[in-house]
Design a protein around this ligand. Structure first.
Ligand code: HPA
Length: 266
């Protein structure tokens, strides 16, 4: 951890970001045209190169709407074979750099016909179906509690800000529950039915590990899903990753406008 922090502080000349943003599949365009310092993951101790198409693999430091931000252009997934501790290491780094609020984005599949590809959904809560937890292992009491409360992982205040921002921009946005699986295989139709019965609205393969750790670190978390497809069996369709990336590209203007306004209002 210390090596990583020293390296980043040296590269960014002591930049202290207040807000972190994790960009999901196909959403990497957000930093395009922005001035800032970019560090490839490969150069940062504890970060892994991003192996997934649609994930760029570098950390961006810059200023958006007068706020100092750090942006993860691409994240690490459990299905890539990385341990939960490695997947969530960046969140602990952000906390130590001074980040108070984290915006976690992802692409997700809609579990019913009430949610549609191309729409955005604010995550109100999650169901962790990864079968594990990033906080398993020795607890560092200086960072967070052994048994963290999970009653408001997704900050009510940040959701309010996001809803206001969406309303001002005329962006249709719903709130709902995100179910996290490990992937990499998509769900079967039977699994999609199960997730619906459990009370989830969308399903994806990320976000929950980072949100659990950010909550443990007492950061405020905002989760935004871009619905990229109907989950399997919801509609007579087959799933593929290209469609997920395309959805991100098509919605990039909308997401950029929304993220900008949320950051301005935080
Ligand atoms: N299932 C799981 N993860 C996903 C999906 C999906 O349908 N779409 C995007 N990420």
């Amino acid at each position: 951890m210390d090596n990583t922090l020293n390296f980043i502080r040296e590269k960014t000349r002591g930049f202290e970001p207040e807000i972190a943003v994790i960009l999901g599949s196909g959403l990497g365009d957000y930093t395009k045209g922005l001035d800032g310092i970019e560090i490839p993951y490969g150069e940062i101790e504890g970060f892994m190169p991003s192996s997934v198409k649609g994930h760029k693999g570098s950390l961006f430091f810059g200023v958006i709407k007068n706020k100092k931000v750090v942006i993860m252009q691409g994240r690490f997934h459990f299905y890539e074979g990385y341990p939960m501790k490695s997947i969530t290491f960046p969140v602990r780094v952000f906390k130590k750099l001074g980040v108070k609020d984290i915006i976690i984005t992802n692409a997700a599949g809609a579990l019913d016909l009430y949610h549609h590809p191309g729409e955005l959904m604010l995550i109100s809560d999650h169901i962790n179906l990864t079968g594990t937890n990033p906080l398993i292992g020795k607890n560092d009491d200086d960072e967070g509690e052994r048994f963290p409360d999970m009653s408001e992982v997704y900050s009510f205040q940040l959701r309010k800000i996001a809803l206001e921002a969406a309303r001002e921009l005329n962006i249709d946005i719903k709130e709902g529950v995100y179910a996290a699986t490990t992937g990499p295989s998509y769900e079967t139709p039977a699994e999609v039915n199960m997730l619906k019965l459990m009370g989830a609205d969308v399903v994806g393969m990320s976000t929950v590990p980072e949100a659990i750790v950010a909550n443990w670190l007492k950061m405020r978390v905002l989760g935004i899903s871009l619905i990229s497809n109907y989950a399997s069996g919801v509609f007579k369709n087959k799933l593929n990753h290209l469609e997920v990336i395309e959805a991100g590209k098509n919605a990039s203007d909308k997401i950029k406008a929304l993220l900008d306004l949320i950051i301005e209002k935080i």
